[in-house]
Design a protein. Structure first.
Length: 140
């Protein structure tokens, strides 16, 4: 298996809460940023998805907060797709400090929505295989 895709992020002061650590909702934004960065790196931008009449959707997300983050800290946000059978897939993400400390783990269930029908496509893995120029980034 190849290394997980990841993007660097620096915690910004305005993202912190009254306690001085990263607001809980921003962890989800970092995860979303990494997912879209992976799609872009794989050649699957919003325009390509819309041209195919599909869009990614998040159906469920669980966040495990393990260590706080403070303004100015640098982290890596990883993104790994897990494919099963059927209409959904899992995305596992880790937010890791530069010293290797895991700050949070984000696990999501996603799908690919057919925009006209407003239903999940039957085999999202096949759609991503057709769209991507870098299938390895999706674990394909």
């Amino acid at each position: 298996m190849s290394e997980p895709f990841s993007v660097p992020v620096t915690v910004r002061g305005y993202e912190t809460d009254a306690l001085g650590h990263l607001n809980q909702s921003v962890y989800l934004q970092y995860a979303e940023h990494a997912r879209w960065a992976l799609l872009q790196a794989a050649g699957v931008g919003q325009a390509e998805l819309l041209a195919q009449g599909v869009g990614p959707v998040v159906l469920e997300t669980t966040v495990r907060y393990l260590r706080e983050l403070r303004a100015g800290e640098d982290v890596e946000v990883s993104c790994v797709f897990e494919w099963g059978e059927g209409r959904t897939f899992r995305i596992l993400q880790t937010i890791t400090k530069t010293d290797g400390t895991v700050s949070a783990e984000v696990a999501s269930v996603g799908g690919l929505l057919a925009l006209k029908e407003r239903r999940l496509v039957a085999q999202p893995r096949d759609h991503f295989k057709q769209l991507t120029t870098e299938p390895g980034l999706f674990g394909l």
